[in-house]
Design a protein around this ligand. Structure first.
Ligand code: UD1
Length: 332
């Protein structure tokens, strides 16, 4: 399907890990895409495969990509004005730009409020002024905090335990408000543990799969924090991109809040054994003290996303791990 006659899709945080997969999917669908990214954690290399799209410009009939370097919380009106003046209005917005570390939000809550809350309000203000037809937003399972009942459902009362979770939760409320009061259609997606190619392993707080893949490739030890019996619901980034793009390009799910996970629960012990086995480079599994403040178990109920978007995560953990390990040269 080619839909270059359709309006522009803006992807904030489009140079990030999840954002670059969303851009890939949109270009594949023939859409004209504007990425907004401040490159604090986003990388130009993540968008390199589609850099040639820039040369078509927005005047052509091909799917195209424009990249604007701007802090989403400082206002996107000025940055987008020249693009929309030439190529028409923004039709849809996918808001992924964020400060992504829970630990960093505890250390510096004001930065988190600026990027993760004020940034969302800026996006919604733009959407209101520009008459955008849908805003899809990356929320997080961090909004739940510790819950009594698993799998965790969207109706579960939220008790976020970090500034990160609080700002994501407040952003969801703002989405609801803009839809109810200003008529801006919005959908919030609560991502569980997302993994896949292009996830950056370089910080101690990077996703566990990116760290294990990086270490497994070189036969280094895989360090498990605590007894390893804690569980997570790992969802492949290609599936997440599909959920986000469907939510943004479709008109279903206005004011919905939807879990994006697999409903499969795996312990970190099982994960480490699987990755060490797939890499086959002799990594040992070692244990270190548990991280404080961590949730013990996490797994998503996924019925609502299926009912509202027809979304089911299709990639098995084994297939997703193989793709991820191949992408970093940890597996043939
Ligand atoms: C993840 C998200 C966070 C989100 C939260 C929601 C990432 C990077 N973080 O945090 O944004 O808000 O889910 O619940 O995706 N572990 C090890 N060894 C390591 C690294 C991690 O054993 O080297 C363990 C951790 O202790 C944890 C599990 O693996 O029990 C997952 O850790 P991590 O990938 O950092 O994600 P979450 O803490 O679940």
């Amino acid at each position: 399907m080619t839909s270059t006659s359709a309006g522009i899709v803006v992807v904030t945080g489009g140079a990030g890990f999840i954002g670059s997969h969303v851009v890939e999917r949109l270009i594949g669908l023939g859409r004209r895409v504007v990425v907004i990214d401040d490159f604090r954690t986003g990388k130009r290399a993540n968008l390199a495969p589609w850099a040639d799209r820039a040369r078509f410009g927005f005047a052509g009939t091909e799917p195209a990509l424009e990249v604007l370097t701007v802090d989403v919380a400082e206002g996107i009106f000025a940055a987008l004005a020249p693009v929309t003046a030439r190529f028409g209005p923004v039709e849809r917005v996918i808001h992924l730009a964020a400060q992504v570390s829970v630990v960093a939000s505890v250390e510096n809550p004001l930065v988190d409020v600026h990027v993760n809350y004020r940034g969302t309000v800026q996006v919604l203000e733009y959407a209101r002024a520009a008459g955008v037809r849908k805003v899809a937003f990356a929320s997080s399972s961090a909004v739940y905090g510790d819950v009594d009942e698993l799998p965790v459902r969207e109706a579960t009362p939220c008790q976020p335990l970090s500034p990160y979770g609080i700002d994501k939760y407040a952003s969801e409320k703002m989405l609801h408000y803009y839809s109810a009061v200003h008529g801006v259609p919005t959908t919030a997606l609560r991502f569980f543990n997302v993994y896949g190619p292009r996830q950056d392993p370089s910080s101690p707080y990077s996703g566990v799969i990116s760290i294990f893949a990086d270490r497994g490739r070189d036969g280094r030890d895989l360090t498990i924090f605590g007894d390893g019996e804690q569980t997570r619901d790992f969802v492949y980034v290609g599936d997440v991109a599909r959920a986000v793009v469907d939510a943004a390009l479709g008109d279903a799910g206005d004011r919905a809040v939807l879990n994006v996970g697999t409903s499969r629960e795996i312990t970190i012990n099982e994960l480490a054994t699987t990755i060490a086995g797939l890499c086959g480079r002799g990594s040992r599994i070692v244990h270190a003290p548990a991280r404080s403040g961590e949730i013990v178990r996490s797994v998503a109920a996924v019925d609502r996303a299926r009912e509202v978007l027809g979304f089911t995560a299709a990639t098995s953990l084994t297939d997703g791990l193989r793709e991820t390990l191949r992408s970093v040269g940890a597996m043939a």
